[in-house]
Design a protein around this ligand. Structure first.
Ligand SMILES: N[C@@H](CCC(=O)N[C@@H](CS)C(=O)NCC(=O)O)C(=O)O
Length: 214
């Protein structure tokens, strides 16, 4: 079997630690029991230093033998196809899982990320607040009626949706108890905690080698 390699940065500032999207792939491998290793590209010079592998200079990307794929969603789908724990094999369960993975990225994260950028830029009136609030209200109705998004059990769709929603600021307006309970339920999983701890340890070790290098 070919070796799975998750590629991330060699270092990032403290702010994004615990949220860098290699965590999605680490967590998925852990849930599926897939062996993997983590390798790095330099954070410094990221705008140009690995464009042949990730055309936007970002991370993560994933290699699996000859195959290499960027975008955390694509990496997650690749892993989900390998293991039923992440995505059921029956056509209905699979379609539900894929549909909610795309919804996490293209309906929820597509507004939460720009909303958050405007928020941290100090804009007094965040013009995306209503749009994001509306999407989160709609999702709250769904989560009020079910424990998991697809196939009545944990899948890669929950992994991705919870990872999008766990940014504390996104849920800071409150008033969506089903969503809060969902995020807690998914991120209470021991293998999420392991993946997060591993990412934090990776960047802490990078601090140590940076300061040793002077
Ligand atoms: N849509 C991409 C987004 C990747 C992304 O935003 N990666 C961040 C780390 S979580 C990054 O590389 N940021 C540095 C940059 O954009 O220069 C994915 O899901 O893989």
């Amino acid at each position: 079997m070919s070796e799975l390699i998750i590629w991330t940065y060699d270092w990032v500032p403290k702010g994004p630690r615990g949220f860098v999207r290699d965590l999605r792939l680490r967590w998925a491998c852990e849930e599926a029991g897939l062996a993997y290793s983590v390798r790095t590209v330099p954070f410094d010079g990221r705008q140009t230093n690995h464009l042949s592998r990730q055309p936007f200079g970002q991370v993560p990307f994933l290699s699996d033998g000859e195959l290499e794929t960027f975008e955390s969603g694509a990496g997650l789908l690749h892993l989900a196809r390998k293991n039923e724990k992440l995505m059921p094999r029956d056509p209905v369960g699979e379609a539900e899982t894929v549909q909610w993975m795309i919804a996490a990225l293209n309906t929820i994260e597509m507004v939460t990320v720009p909303w958050w950028f405007l928020e941290v830029s100090g804009e007094e009136d965040n013009g995306l607040a209503d749009w994001m609030g509306n999407r989160l209200d709609q999702l709250e109705k769904v989560l009020n009626e079910r424990e998991w998004l697809a196939a009545d059990r944990f899948t890669a769709a929950d992994l991705l949706m919870a990872d999008v929603l766990r940014i504390p600021e996104v849920r800071s307006s409150g008033g969506r108890p089903a969503t809060d309970a969902y995020v807690t339920r998914v991120t209470d999983r021991p293998l999420f905690k392991k993946a997060r701890a591993d990412q934090l340890a990776h960047f802490a070790a990078a601090d140590a080698s940076r300061s040793a290098a002077g």
